[in-house]
Design a binder for this molecule. Structure first.
Ligand code: G3H
Ligand code: 13P
Ligand code: ZN
Length: 328
């Protein structure tokens, strides 16, 4: 059944695990997540970005997710709006039947300019006032998302900042987080702890402390009843990059967030872990490989199938690694 995200995250907190929130845009991605959840007995968070709603179309995204509820009636499922850029976008999601929304007020409505703290509080509070009476969960975001490396001039997620800022200044401030929670009453908070969106997170192999674990602990101590959310949590598996490269793809050397670091973060209050890129890499690699090996094939179902299968495997792995097995 469709449930609120608060319900799922509360259960995850009580039982000490984390839930991967997978971005979906089309049928095969929804099927991959659901099959992985069924196999592992995991609860599901399906999230759609504004880009996903645009790509699939409002009705399709709504009914794709509702089809998942219908086809897997026993699995608790959250339909979440990822990175709502304004209260209007969040309202649109609620009208479509989403049970959870993210109001990302860390950026202004253009999705690029870093917003003031007061702006963030104001728009987020507005969404909470609209959503909570309807039993809908709200996620906010505080801080400047991005690794120090990518923050310095990153174009991809529009979070490029002043090169003179230090990592410490860019991470979410625990005191400000406490004030933000008091003023907005959000259920979950996306924090800046060293991750960034997309495939190009780190240009060198991580040697241990990629995430600001100390900062996560401080934030969790300050706001123990708020579920922490980690965006940009793809691990960018080297084996998936290799498949892409072996079959004509061109991807530069890059590294993601090691799963062990995410597991450590889960011990300190991180409950929702956003993953999009790993699914993209898995599906792209599978399609490239299949078509390279079967140049005469043209039935779209034949190449979509290995892509869906590759996505399923990534999702299954994350459910197991984050402790979701049997939690649904
Ligand atoms: O936060 C970004 C997610 O990976 C969604 O990406 O906006 O391209 O759909 P998108
Ligand atoms: P990745 O790009 O690391 O998969 O992060 C996705 C995300 O944070 C969606 O909100
Ligand atoms: Zn994100």
């Amino acid at each position: 059944p469709l449930v609120s995200m608060r319900e799922l995250l509360d259960h995850a907190a009580e039982n000490g695990y984390g839930i991967p929130a997978f971005n979906v845009n089309n049928l095969e991605q929804v099927q991959a997540v659901m099959e992985a959840a069924k196999e592992t007995g995991a609860p599901v968070i399906l999230q759609a970005s504004a880009g996903a709603r645009k790509y699939a179309g409002e009705s399709f995204i709504k009914h794709l997710i509702q089809a998942a509820v219908e086809a897997y009636p026993t699995i608790p499922l959250v339909m979440h709006q990822d990175h709502g850029q304004s209260p209007d976008v969040c309202r649109g999601a609620v009208d479509l039947g989403f049970t959870s929304v993210m109001m990302d007020g860390s950026l202004e409505a253009d999705g690029k300019t870093i917003a003031s703290y007061d702006y963030n509080v104001e728009v987020t509070r507005k969404v909470v006032d609209m959503a909570h009476p309807m039993g809908i969960t709200v996620e906010g975001e505080l801080g400047c998302l991005g690794s120090l490396e990518t923050m310095r001039g990153d174009k991809e997620d529009g979070h490029g900042t002043d090169a003179t800022m230090t990592r410490e200044q860019l991470l979410t401030d625990p005191e400000q987080a406490a004030d933000f929670i008091a003023r907005t009453q959000v259920d979950a908070l996306a924090i800046a702890i060293g991750t960034s969106h997309g495939a190009y997170k780190f240009s060198r192999k991580p040697t241990g402390d990629i995430l600001a674990i100390g900062r996560i602990k401080e934030i969790h101590r300050r706001i123990p009843n708020t579920h922490l959310v980690m965006h940009g949590s793809s691990s960018v598996p080297q084996e998936l990059l290799a498949i892409i490269r072996q079959h004509g793809g061109q991807m530069k050397e890059t590294y993601g967030v090691p799963v062990e670091e995410i597991q450590e973060a889960i011990k300190h209050g991180v409950r929702k872990i956003n993953i999009d890129t790993d699914i993209r890499l898995a599906m792209t690699g599978a399609v490239r490989k299949f078509l390279a090996e079967n140049p005469e094939k043209f039935d779209m179902r034949e190449w979509m199938k290995p892509a869906r299968e590759a996505a399923r495997l990534v999702c299954k792995q994350r459910y197991l690694e984050f402790g979701c097995e049997g939690q649904a």
